[in-house]
Design a protein. Structure first.
Length: 204
């Protein structure tokens, strides 16, 4: 299964879930884009950074009042210092992670655009699968391992393009399902690839 990483799509292998998976013709071209999730825009990250700066200033003022006022003791001050400082640090960590993920995905898109016209399709079968569920039981993301005859297994991930796009468990392809892998000839393991699979609930 995919190796844990600080990035989604660490290996650049992206799953495209299609209504149906038709046999690829010699004239068919690889997908033009990787269909990565929509992330926070530059304006959104700037607004988030501004709110973080305001929250940090407020946290600093709260800590100043905490340590210069009468309190039950140093233990009380330490507890609230850790709580306030931890919340502030978590907000900045979220922003930094978002920026890193956006840069990573921009590199993947650029690499895919550079190779898309030479990409070829290879047929394989799903050999493993796993998913992550949302609070309501819907599938928030899933990962598949595809076995290509004569080649090593390839793993890929699916994440919704929109934050509220979830799947039913019956829509996740099962073990043995057909898959089509698009990649450039002689591509390295971390080169972007598109794994196309069919939504089993749509197959007649």
């Amino acid at each position: 299964m995919p190796t844990p990483s600080t990035h989604d799509y660490a290996d650049g292998h992206v799953i495209h879930l299609l209504p149906r998976l038709e046999a690829a013709s010699s004239l068919e071209r690889a997908p033009e884009a990787l269909r990565l999730p929509r992330r926070m825009s530059v304006a959104g990250r700037s607004s988030f950074a501004l709110m973080n700066a305001i929250a940090s200033a407020g946290a600093a003022w709260a800590l100043h009042l905490l340590w210069t006022s009468d309190t039950p003791g140093a233990w009380f001050n330490l507890i609230f210092t850790v709580m306030i400082g931890g919340l502030t640090a978590a907000l900045w960590a979220l922003l930094i992670a978002s920026i890193r993920q956006a840069k990573h995905e921009a590199r993947l898109q650029a690499a895919w655009r550079a190779m898309v016209h030479g990409a070829i399709a290879t047929t394989g079968r799903v050999s493993e699968r796993r998913w992550t569920l949302a609070e309501d039981g819907a599938v928030a993301s899933f990962a598949l391992v595809v076995q290509i005859p004569g080649d090593r297994p390839i793993s890929g991930q699916w994440h919704p393009e929109h934050s509220r796009e979830y799947l039913l468990q019956t829509q996740v392809p099962g073990v043995g399902a057909q898959a089509r892998v698009w990649c450039a000839p002689n591509a390295l393991g971390d080169t972007p690839r598109v794994i196309e699979v069919a939504d089993p609930s749509m197959v007649a």
